[in-house]
Design a protein around this ligand. Structure first.
Ligand code: PLP
Length: 398
């Protein structure tokens, strides 16, 4: 590219105000709904949370949905309810947020990592079977960035070896695979996140969907102090104080304050999804001639487009990913990196893992940048990102 008009990164930034990598979209309806709960006299888990759960189940097309105060809590309870514990192994992607594997360790079990498919950045299906051992109890597919994993294949492989499937669907609210929403695809449990950067938000929060009433009952018990509702119902005579603790449960219930946010956000999920799709298409169109590897399109169903990750073709650029990210920040463009492969984290390294173990994840990680993508962002915002990228590509071109 021509070097005559190159402008140094940060000099005359492409925009004056900082564009964050992500931002929730809270409107008057959410504020009103929260205010009503605050005035109602009932703040913790109650009617609003039940409403959120039933609306969520209806949206997904799953018989049951259970609200949690995070996706992490939902994953933890799902595995606890399935009886995962010391001596067990759980297979998951090395390319995920720490929570996915941390909860496995918290239960005394061992995560067994699988490398990714370099094009989709999802766990490579072909590499799962070789990781199955007599100790394997479950598989946790992670729908990276909102791109559905091949659930038919994963569920049939799990059935063949008598394994459970718990989906990390933190990115995948709204995603569709073979005509069904993620969360209604035959796994034991799918766990969604409502963290502020995710598809919809409750501040902090999560939701598990399942088709199994028995598993739902167990997850409810683990969710709240190990208190059995059976016992509660049995002994309840119009507001009895009696309860029984049947397991050392957690404290992962969602408040009605958060659920009020959730009910309103869920009403907008399709609008948000359409806008995310629109933005992703615009990025794809605008960036197709840049020295980036773009996420491949997803045609068999629907991608939730929680993330739009580009990979720098470092061979064609005179910079590292870190330098490129810093330069984008100087142009007032916020970005993020999803994810640092878990085997490079000190805790997981100490389990005997090392650099080189998962070459596809490492290679993608070195090049990755998640661009700003959130429904509230305008076409002009997106255009400023493209402008900044063009400027930096010219600056760093070899
Ligand atoms: C955000 C995230 C989680 C955790 O969600 P929380 O609701 O913050 O607990 C789990 N897995 C993945 C892949 C995530 O991105």
């Amino acid at each position: 590219m021509s070097r005559t008009h190159r402008i140094k990164p940060g000099e005359f930034p492409v925009r004056d105000s900082f564009l964050p990598f992500s931002q929730p979209w809270i409107e008057e309806e959410e504020i009103q709904a929260v205010a009503e709960v605050l005035k109602s006299g009932w703040l913790t888990t109650g009617k609003k949370t039940m409403e959120f759960e039933s609306e969520f189940a209806r949206y997904i097309g799953s018989p049951i949905a259970l609200a949690f105060n995070s996706c992490t809590g939902g994953l933890h309870c799902a595995l606890a309810a399935l009886g995962i514990g010391p001596g067990d192994e759980v297979i998951t992607s090395v390319f995920t947020f720490a929570a996915t594997a941390n909860v496995v360790c918290q239960l005394g079990a061992e995560p067994v990592f699988v490398d990714i498919d370099p094009s989709t950045l999802n766990m490579d299906f072909k590499k799962i079977e070789e990781k199955i051992s007599p100790k394997t109890k479950a598989i946790i597919p992670v729908h990276y960035g909102g791109r559905p994993c091949p659930m038919d294949e994963i569920v049939s492989l799990a059935r063949k070896y008598d394994l459970f499937v718990v989906e990390d669907a933190a990115h995948a609210l709204g995603a569709i695979y073979k005509g069904k929403k993620i969360g209604a695809l035959g796994s034991e449990v799918a766990c969604f996140s409502f963290y502020p950067t995710k598809c919809i938000t409750t501040g902090e929060g999560g939701m598990n969907t399942t088709a199994s009433p028995e598993l739902a009952e167990k997850m409810k018990i683990w969710r709240l102090h190990g208190i059995s509702r059976d016992a509660w119902d049995r002994y309840q005579k119009g507001g009895s104080w009696y309860y029984e603790v049947v397991s050392p449960g957690y404290k992962y219930n969602l408040t009605d304050i958060a659920s009020a946010l959730g009910v309103e956000q869920l009403k907008k999920v399709e609008r948000f999804q359409k806008r995310r799709e629109e933005l992703a298409l615009k990025y794809r169109e605008a960036l197709k001639d840049f020295p980036f590897i773009l996420p491949p399109p997803f045609e068999e169903g629907r991608h939730a487009w929680h993330l739009f990750p580009i990979q720098l073709k470092l061979e064609e650029l005179n910079c590292t990913r870190e330098e490129f990210v810093d330069a984008l920040a100087k142009e007032n463009i916020g970005t993020s990196v999803h994810f640092i492969p878990l085997h490079l984290m000190p805790y997981y390294r100490n389990k005997g893992l090392k650099e080189g173990d998962f070459p596809c994840a490492e290679n993608a990680f070195r090049r990755l940048i998640s661009l700003p993508l959130f429904p509230k962002m305008s076409d002009e915002d997106l255009e400023s990102v493209v402008q900044a990228l063009r400027k930096l590509v010219e600056w760093y071109s070899k």
